[in-house]
Design a protein around this ligand. Structure first.
Ligand code: LLP
Length: 417
C-alpha cells in the first residue's frame, strides 16, 4: 500500500498536491494560515466503528486528553462513544459536548474535592479510584451530597508496557493506581465506607503500545483479581482495560488493530459476563490529524541544512519532549533530496520537529505537513514565547469546517487584565 494511506486512507497526492478527504491542503494553508491542524472526520468515524465492531458489547470511552476539541468529542459521542476524563475540565468539556454522564469514567491520581463533587453531581458511570485516601474523601463527599459513588479500583499490575518511560503507567514504581497486592484491601475499605459502591476494576498500563503482549499480561492479572473478588462476594460489573493501542508514527511501524486487540482480550476474558470498558485516545484520533507549517527560512550551518518553520515546540512538543518521530511530507509532491533539520522559531535548542530527515528540496514559503498530529499535539500545546495557538479544521468528504479559531495576541493577554 502507498505509505501515506497506511497512516490515513484519506490522505493522498492528487495531481501533485497533498489532499485530505479530497481537500487540497495548500489551499487551506493559504486561507487559514499556518501553523494549522487539519483533522479527517471520516478517519475518526471509521476508527470508532472498527472498535465497536471488534467489541460489540463494550463501552468505548474516548480518552479526551488526546484531543479535547469539543467538535471531535461530540462527533465521537454522536457515534456512540463515551468519555474517559482526567480532570474537572475534561468532565465539563465531555458533558458540554453531549457525552451522557452514564458513559463517562473519571481516572486521575489527584482529583480535588471540587472535581469529585462535580462528577458526583453529574452522575458519572464510575470513578477510577487511585488511592485509599481518595476512597475516603469520595465517601465523605458522597455522603454529604446524598449520592452513591460507583467506583472501580485502578490496579497497577506491574507490567512493562515496552513503550517510552514517560508514558509507561503500569509499573510498580509509577504514581498510578493501587498495587495489585493491596487491591483487595481497597475493596474491603470501599465496602465499609458509606456511599461508595465498588463495581469494578480499572487498568491502564501505558500508551503507544505497538505490541499486544503487555496488554494481555495486564488484563490477565486484573481479570484473575476480578474473578477472585467476585468469588469473595463483591458484586462486580465493570472491567475497564484502559487505552494505549499504539499508532503508526514511523514508516516502518505496524499498528495493532482493534480486532487484534479483541482477539487477545477474548482469549483472556473467558467467562466474563460484565461490561467491558475501553479508553482509546491516540488510536481514534492520532492519524486523523496533520500539522501544516510553512518554511520561513533555510540555512546551512555546521554542515547541516536547517529549515526554520513557523510551528514550534509550543504547537507540537512530542519531538522535543519524548524524542518522538513525526513523519513529514511536503504539500507539493517532490522527490526527496538532502537531509534536513526542521526546527521551530522558539529560543530553545530542543525546539525541533524533525532531525536528520530526508525531505525534498525546501525553500522559503514551502509548506510541510507533519503526520500523526491528531493526538497529544494541540492538546499539549502552549503559549511559550507568547505564541497564540494554532487554528483547527475538520474536513469531511470535501467539506471544511473551522473548529477552532486561531488565537490572537489580545486573547492570550486577556486573562492578565
Ligand atoms: N486511559 C488512561 C487512564 C490514560 O492515562 C490514557 C493516556 C488513556 C486512557 C489513553 O491512552 P491512549 O489510547 O491515547 O494511548 N502525551 C503522551 C501520551 C500520554 C498518555 C496519557 N494517558 C504522548 O504524547 O505520547
Amino acid at each position: 500500500m502507498e505509505l501515506l494511506k497506511e497512516y490515513n486512507p484519506y490522505l493522498s497526492y492528487e495531481n501533485g498536491e497533498l489532499t485530505l478527504e479530497g481537500v487540497p491542503l495548500k489551499e487551506l494553508a493559504r486561507e487559514f494560515g499556518t501553523p494549522l491542524f487539519v483533522y479527517s472526520a471520516s478517519f475518526i468515524k471509521d476508527r470508532l466503528r472498527a472498535y465497536r465492531e471488534a467489541f460489540p458489547d463494550a463501552l468505548i470511552c474516548y480518552a479526551v486528553k488526546a484531543n479535547f476539541n469539543p467538535h471531535l468529542v461530540s462527533l465521537l459521542a454522536r457515534e456512540g462513544a463515551g468519555a474517559d476524563v482526567v480532570s474537572g475540565g475534561e468532565l465539563y468539556l465531555a458533558l458540554r459536548s453531549g457525552v451522557p454522564p452514564e458513559r463517562i469514567v473519571y481516572a486521575g491520581v489527584g482529583k480535588t474535592e471540587r472535581e469529585m463533587l462535580q462528577a458526583l453531581r453529574a452522575g458519572i458511570l464510575a470513578f477510577n479510584v487511585e488511592s485509599f485516601q481518595e476512597l475516603e474523601v469520595l465517601s465523605k463527599l458522597a455522603s454529604k451530597e446524598g449520592k452513591v459513588a460507583r467506583v472501580c479500583v485502578r490496579v497497577n499490575p506491574d507490567v512493562d508496557p515496552k513503550t517510552h518511560p514517560y508514558v509507561a503507567t503500569g509499573l510498580k514504581e509509577s504514581k498510578f493506581g493501587i498495587d495489585a497486592s493491596e487491591a483487595k484491601e481497597a475493596f474491603r475499605l470501599a465496602r465499609e465506607l458509606p456511599n461508595v459502591e465498588p463495581i469494578g476494576l480499572h487498568v491502564h498500563i501505558g500508551s503507544q503500545l505497538l505490541e499486544l503482549s503487555p496488554y494481555r499480561e495486564a488484563v490477565l492479572k486484573v481479570y484473575e483479581l476480578y474473578r477472585e473478588l467476585k468469588r469473595e462476594g463483591y458484586n462486580l460489573e465493570l472491567l475497564d482495560v484502559g487505552g494505549g493501542l499504539g499508532i503508526k508514527y514511523r514508516p516502518e511501524d505496524r499498528e495493532p488493530t482493534p480486532h487484534e486487540l479483541a482477539a487477545v482480550l477474548n482469549e483472556v476474558l473467558t467467562g466474563f459476563d460484565g461490561k467491558l470498558v475501553l479508553e482509546p485516545g491516540r488510536s481514534l484520533v492520532g492519524n486523523a490529524g496533520l500539522l501544516i507549517t510553512q518554511v520561513q527560512f533555510t540555512k546551512e550551518k555546521g554542515g547541516k541544512r536547517f529549515a526554520v518553520v513557523d510551528a514550534g515546540m509550543n504547537d507540537l512538543i512530542r519531538p522535543a519532549f519524548y524524542g518522538s518521530y513525526h513523519h513529514a511530507v511536503t504539500l507539493e509532491e517532490r522527490p526527496e533530496r538532502y537531509e534536513w533539520e526542521v526546527v521551530g522559531p522558539i529560543c530553545e535548542t530542543g525546539d525541533f520537529l524533525a532531525k536528520n530527515r530526508r525531505l525534498p528540496e525546501l525553500k522559503r514559503g514551502d509548506y510541510l505537513a507533519f503526520l500523526s498530529a491528531g493526538a497529544y499535539a494541540f492538546a499539549m500545546s502552549s503559549h511559550y514565547n507568547f505564541r497564540p495557538r494554532a487554528a483547527e479544521l475538520l474536513v469531511e468528504k470535501g467539506e471544511v469546517r473551522l473548529i477552532r479559531r486561531r488565537e490572537d495576541y489580545e486573547y492570550v493577554i486577556s486573562p492578565c487584565f
